[in-house]
Design a protein around this ligand. Structure first.
Ligand code: GN1
Ligand code: MG
Length: 357
């Protein structure tokens, strides 16, 4: 849902930050499912992204913001030759409040943060070109490479057990108990699919827990719309670092594939449009491996296809759970929005499984 905020309030919040410019106008960007994000046009040479972070979902926002700053600073330290101006076009740059925090805590409990808007950046909701898949793979690979020497234990778990399959299964089991009969009936076929895939969908988690796959810094929301490209389709940087925390690369690889290889958007209702594009998978994997080859063991590489299936599944499961919970987590635009999203993800798994036979 759009945030019902008047211009005066937004301007008041924006002016809590030390950007040394004047508010001119704003528009709400509606791509996220959790936070509210505004593009603020300002006097001077830069524009800004003002974001309200949802404190129902994120319980430790100072910790979350600190994660983002630590990672941005670490990536910045890899570009010592660049000026501050050039850095702000390449790496997410956060603006302090006039009281020198990186977030503003509003009297009503809301938390806000501000970033410099990277002008000329382009995002894609659906990939229509193999070249973008390849460049997207390079971009995520470069992010994981640049953060591979950062000690991930310095980051908080922004959402504990975020990609933990047993945890998501527990939430799902709980949602089944209180779901409306009508909703259970509509989603009946997915209950069977979820149960059939349960064992396979726990494999990556077991490999993580037994330390066969190492934990490192991961982005955790790598859908393609969180990759910023320039107008020549070269990657600029990964955006939306709200969920940066310790994890395994399979989360990031798989979540990216989930959107890159879907021939439609994640809530497309016409399932005939939803297919898994194998050519994009290969292109993305090639770009990804070019940048991560020194980080990954053969075992890590072997499990990349399973990562794709697992991350498509976990999102299907989360959308389904929210549907059974009467849509309390994701923003929805109509009553069956979460069911349509879940349907879409389960169709994608079916197509993935056919293509990978
Ligand atoms: C949510 O709000 P947004 O769009 O950045 C979700 C991700 C999902 C994504 C699906 C904190 O991200 O896990 O992959 O929706 N983020 C959270 O589009 O739950
Ligand atoms: Mg996000």
């Amino acid at each position: 849902m759009e945030l019902n905020i008047n211009t005066e309030t937004l301007k008041y919040i924006f002016n809590k930050f030390d950007h040394k410019s004047d508010y001119i106008s704003h528009t709400e960007l509606n791509s996220g499912h959790i936070n509210n994000t505004f593009l603020v046009k300002a006097s001077g040479t830069k524009n800004y992204i003002l974001q309200r972070i949802n404190h129902n979902v994120f319980k430790d926002i100072p910790g979350l913001v600190n994660n983002k700053i630590l990672i941005s600073n670490h990536i910045r330290s890899k570009y010592v030759h660049l000026s501050e101006e050039d850095l702000s076009k390449k790496v997410l740059s956060f603006v302090k409040t006039k009281e020198t925090n990186f977030y503003y805590h509003e009297e009503n409990g809301d938390f806000w943060n501000v970033m410099i808007f990277i002008a000329n950046g382009i995002t894609h909701d659906v990939v229509v070109d193999e070249e973008i898949a390849y460049e997207g793979g390079k971009l995520l690979g470069a992010f994981l490479n640049a953060t591979s020497d950062f000690d991930s234990s310095q980051l908080i778990d922004v959402i504990p057990n975020f990609h933990d399959m047993s945890f998501r299964f527990k939430q799902y089991a709980f949602s089944l108990q209180s779901a409306l009969k009508e909703r259970l009936e509509k989603a009946n076929i997915f209950i069977k699919i979820v149960s059939d895939l349960k064992t396979e969908m726990h494999i990556l988690q077991e490999l993580k827990e037994t330390k066969v796959i190492p934990v490192r810094v991961t982005h955790n929301d790598t859908k393609i719309s969180n990759s910023l490209f320039d107008n020549g389709n070269k990657g600029i940087c990964m955006i939306d670092t709200d969920t940066v925390m310790p994890g395994i690369i399979h989360y990031d690889f798989g979540d990216a594939i989930r959107t890159i290889c879907n021939t439609a958007v994640e809530d497309e209702k016409d399932l005939s449009k939803v297919e898994f594009n194998l050519a994009y998978y290969k292109a993305y994997e090639q770009g990804f491996l070019e940048k991560t080859k020194d980080l990954l063991t053969p075992t890590c590489v072997k499990y990349l296809p399973l990562a794709a299936k697992t991350m498509i599944f976990i999102m299907g499961l989360r959308f389904l759970t929210d549907y059974f919970n009467n849509d309390v987590y994701y923003k929805t635009r109509y009553p069956e929005h979460n069911l349509d999203r879940a349907r879409n993800q389960f169709k994608l798994i079916e197509s993935f499984s056919e293509k990978f036979k």
